[in-house]
Ligand binder design. Structure first.
Ligand SMILES: [Fe+2]
Length: 311
């Protein structure tokens, strides 16, 4: 194990400001087809002045650029029909069905994630990236709110370029070349057929038998294929251990890196309204679904865009 725990500490104000200086977050580019307004100093932007159901190539190019700059784009008031949400997601790359839940009727690429009033657990209630156990984890997630509570059910996002850039250089050196095992059994163990379902939500999640033992090895620091920037790629939900080490040996450093990734200064928080559509880049940000709306119903439609093998 790299002996870097002593150097893992909260970044100083100087380190935080130096990392933020490299971010285009607070100074959006000049766009001709969209209006981009940052939602925090670290990550995320609200995009208006565009209808995603009828987006042309020029505007789509600007959306892709803004996504690379801001990592999370919030499009309020879109209310896309299922076919239009799939069509928009396809502009970003291949869209595959998610194999752990029944797809929406007639739309195999869409999963409807429903939280009912009696649900105690929710989807994604902890810092994670989507499906990092896959050999090619999703590059983007395209999530639309269909129904939501008046208050509660927000999603937070954390910029993992900033997480990497604020690590002590000794830590970065120690993590160089290291890989983590991302295990389905850790993230979805309760949902597998062999262990039964302990985390019940209104939309049943069932891990098919061929996925129960699925594990992938991904670098701890991954390089984004479009921006060339390095991001911390530690997923508390799925990362089980360092390659070549046991769970017990790995846990202290894993916990410390996961906590670093979720430092409040790296984050923004998105409030959903029916018709709000959010796109985020799983390669460089974490997300966290707040579970604070018990007794109410929340319905979200999700498409995931296939990514590349992390390097
Ligand atoms: Fe998620």
């Amino acid at each position: 194990m790299p002996d870097v725990l002593p150097q893992l500490r909260h970044p100083t104000a100087y380190e935080m400001q130096r990392a933020l200086l490299h971010a285009p977050q607070l100074s959006p580019r000049d766009y001709r087809h969209i209006t981009v307004a940052p939602v925090s100093g670290a990550i995320g932007a609200e995009v208006t002045g565009i209808a995603l159901g009828a987006i042309d190539d020029a505007a789509m190019g600007e959306v892709v650029t803004a996504l690379a700059d801001h990592l999370v784009l919030v499009f309020p008031g879109q209310t896309l029909a299922p076919a239009d949400q799939v069509a928009f997601a396809r502009r970003l790359g291949p869209v595959n069905p998610w194999p752990y839940a029944r797809p929406m009727a007639g739309y195999p690429e869409l999963t409807e994630l429903v939280s009912g009033p009696a649900d105690i657990h929710n989807f994604g209630g902890g810092w994670h990236t989507d499906s990092s156990t896959f050999p090619r984890p999703p590059a983007y997630t395209v999530l639309q709110c269909i129904e939501g509570p008046d208050a509660g059910g927000d999603t937070s996002f954390a910029n993992q370029y900033l997480a990497w850039d604020t690590l002590h250089e000794t830590v970065c050196r120690g993590l160089e070349g290291r890989r983590l095992i991302h295990a389905t059994a850790k993230g979805f163990g309760d949902h597998s057929r062999s262990t039964g379902s302990g985390h019940v939500t209104t939309t049943p999640v069932v891990v098919p038998p061929e996925h129960e033992g699925l594990e992938s090895r991904h670098p701890v620091g991954r390089t984004h294929p479009l921006t060339g920037r390095r991001a911390l790629y530690v997923n508390a939900g799925f990362a089980a251990r360092f390659e070549g080490h046991s769970v017990e040996e790995s846990q202290p450093l894993l916990d410390a890196l996961a906590a670093h990734g979720g430092i409040p200064e790296f984050t923004c928080r998105v409030r959903w309204r029916p018709g709000t559509l959010v796109v985020w880049d799983n390669r460089c940000c974490l997300h966290y679904a707040h579970n604070d709306y018990r007794g109410q119903r929340r319905v979200m439609r999700r498409a995931v865009v296939e990514g590349e093998v992390p390097v």
